[in-house]
Each structure stands twice: as C-alpha cells, then as structure tokens.
Ligand binder design. Structure first.
Ligand code: GDP
Length: 357
C-alpha cells in the first residue's frame, strides 16, 4: 500500500507493541490478563497503568517493577506493552492492520497439565499464517502436586524452593509441550535456553493464579519486542491516525460509537475520519474521543472522560455521527490534511484485503 503521507512526516518515535493472548478454553487466558493488570496496579504509582478502551497499557517502568532484576529500564526504549483485553482466536483473527494481524506479538497459553488441545493447535495455525511472533505461557504450574507457591516471583527463584520431585514432574510436562510445538514445526525451548527468539519459540512456565513466572513473561515479551520489532514500532507520532475497529457499540448520550485500537499516528477530537462500513466507507467528523474514567471517579455522570488527542498505540472510543454501518475489524483512518477521496480509497483497499481471507 502506498504511504503518501510519508514526506510530511515528523521524526519517528517508537510506539507500544500490541499484545494478544490466545489458547484453548480454560487454559487461563483471562486469568493471565487479570494477573498482569492486577500486578501492574499494585506496582504502579497512581495512574501508572492506563486503562484504555478494550486494552490495557503497561508502561515500561511498571513492567520493570513487576519483573525486578529481569528488566532494567535503561536497556529499553520501547514504551511498554499494550495488551488487548479480549483474549481468544476470534478477536485475533478479526482484528487486522493493513492486511496483517493487529497484534504485533502473542502469548499462547497452554495448561501444563492439559497440554495441547484442539484450540491450541488452531491458535498455532493462526499464528503461523499471520506470521506473528509469539511465546508460550505454560500456565498453572502451581497445580503440579507438591508445588510450593511463591507469589509473584521469577521462575528461577520459585524453582529453587521446590523439591526435585516437583521440578522433574513440571519439567516433564514442559518438555511434552516443547515436543508438541516441534511436531507442529516450531523449534521451541525453555525461554532461558533460547538465544534467538526469531528462530525459536520460548516457553515460559507461569501461574496466573500465584503470579509465579509473570516477571519472566513480561521480561521476555519486552526483550523480544525490543530486539526484533523495534523497526516496526517506529511511527510518526503526529501523523494522521490509523487503527482498527474493535467493536461497534451504542453508548448512552453518544449514540453509535466505535471502540478502536490506534496503531499509528494520532487521532484528535476535531478530526475527520474514514471508517470501513458494511457498504461504502463512512466519512464522518469525530464528535468526542472517550477514555474510561479512573475507577475512583466512576460515580460521576459519565463512565468516560473526553480527551483532545490520543497517540498510538492506544485503545479509544470514538463518538461520531453515521457510525451505524461500521464493522468490527474494519480500518479507521484520520484524514487530516489529505484528500478525503484518497483516504476513502485506502480504506476500501484494506476492506477488500480483509474480505479475501
Ligand atoms: P480462559 O478460558 O483461557 O480465559 O481461562 P480462565 O482464565 O477463565 O481460567 C479457567 C480456569 O482455570 C479458572 O477457574 C481459573 O481460575 C483457573 N486458572 C487459570 N489460571 C490458573 C493458574 O495458573 N493456576 C490455577 N490453579 N488455576 C488457574
């Protein structure tokens, strides 16, 4: 796709990688997201973790305080991680960006006891097709019989406090998962043995219940993004926003709104946007940009607060007229100083791309 706006771009900046969580039902996707959110709230100073519409941003300093020695913030210049709140294959496959996956990186959750299941294989297939880099969270390690839980600790620390019998039992399950990955054509290993995460899939033992291994998981995600995805994270912060519709929703006082994930540029409260629709692309003017209010203020008149501008990567609710035909998964583009028809053509082309698969 042509990038006609590149010549007017300001110096680039790095955005947050977008993370999706996949895996078989009941293997712990939701629990893991909840745990990461919960740890971030505890570790973060007030306001450090920002709740977005449909996503949770965990800034680098919070990643670093959860991960402790595993993440030295000076080694990173990516701003953190943005987790899409709705786990699962459906949201992963419907959420696209420029024909590829919206998520830059994924966590495949596998229950250590239950191992590979049909939806695990399905998820692997999706990740393979979309060429999304991923790591495997081998979840529920606390359920290994005899496990001695050490809340929120890194894996090596908790390993040290287990009996040999317990660790060899866990290792057995982990190697089974590694074997299954290999059967599917992925060369995998325990993450601390992986040198090149582009070639090998790292397996991180975790417990979404006790938080063990969550420091490692965040450290690996952060390291992998920093090392291999930095170029893809370079965006023009001030450029016209580009995003994907997560959901189309009626909202009291605002009419039909779209929840979007913005992955490039900015969107402003006075922008004209083009949104993919069931028929033609919808050209409309933003009426309001809405973020969830902090929990403490939720009793005020609206659940949302209006903001003037949001930059990628972010989840935001957009209120605008004529959004009735908008579709989940459709592209959204800010027009800004460009020709509306050009932007309509871009949106149409992206929609055609989506329709092909
Ligand atoms: P999802 O369907 O993949 O989102 O799975 P959920 O997060 O809903 O988890 C399914 C069940 O497994 C719930 O009862 C969770 O409490 C439980 N669960 C998830 N992670 C863990 C874990 O690490 N340890 C234990 N013991 N239970 C877990």
């Amino acid at each position: 796709m042509s990038d006609t706006d590149t010549d007017t771009r300001d110096p680039t900046s790095l955005r947050t990688p977008i993370v999706a969580v996949l895996g078989h039902v009941d293997h712990g996707k939701t629990s893991l997201l909840d745990k990461i959110r919960g740890s971030a709230v505890i570790e973060g100073e007030a306001g450090a973790i920002t709740q977005h519409i449909g996503a949770t941003a965990v800034p680098l300093d919070v990643v670093s305080s959860i991960a402790g020695d595993l993440v030295n913030p000076d080694d990173f210049d990516l701003p953190g991680l943005l987790f899409i709140d709705t786990p699962g294959h459906h949201s992963f496959t419907t959420l696209r960006s420029r024909g590829g996956a919206l998520a830059d990186i994924a966590i495949l959750v596998v229950d250590v006891n239950d191992g590979f299941q049909p939806q695990t294989l399905e998820a692997l297939d999706i990740l393979k097709r979309s060429q999304t880099p991923f790591i495997v969270a081998a979840n529920k390690i606390d359920t290994v019989p005899g496990w001695n839980a050490n809340e929120d600790t890194p894996i090596n620390a908790t390993y040290e406090s287990q009996t040999d019998r317990v660790t060899s039992r866990l290792d057995e399950s982990l190697y089974k998962i590694i074997g299954n990955l290999s059967d599917e054509g992925f060369s995998a290993d325990l993450y601390w043995r992986v040198q090149n995460f582009q070639r090998n899939v790292g397996v991180v033992p975790v417990s979404a219940m006790t938080g063990e291994g969550v420091p490692d998981l965040l450290a690996v995600m952060m390291g992998l993004s920093q090392r291999y995805m930095k170029e893809e994270m370079e965006i023009d912060v001030q450029g016209p926003g580009v995003g994907t519709v997560l959901e189309v929703k009626e909202e009291k006082g605002f009419g039909t709104t779209v929840d979007i994930v913005l992955y490039d540029g900015t969107i402003r409260a006075d922008d004209t946007i083009v949104v993919g629709g069931q028929n033609d692309p919808i050209v409309t003017d933003v009426r309001a940009l809405l973020q969830p209010r902090p929990l403490a203020e939720i009793r005020t008149e609206s659940r949302f607060e209006q903001v003037d501008e949001v930059g990628a990567a972010a989840g935001i609710k957009v209120a605008a007229p004529d959004l009735g035909d908008a579709m989940a998964g459709a592209p959204v583009r800010v027009v800004r100083n460009r020709d509306v028809e050009t932007v309509e053509t871009e949106v149409q082309a992206e929609l055609a791309d989506i329709a092909v698969d």
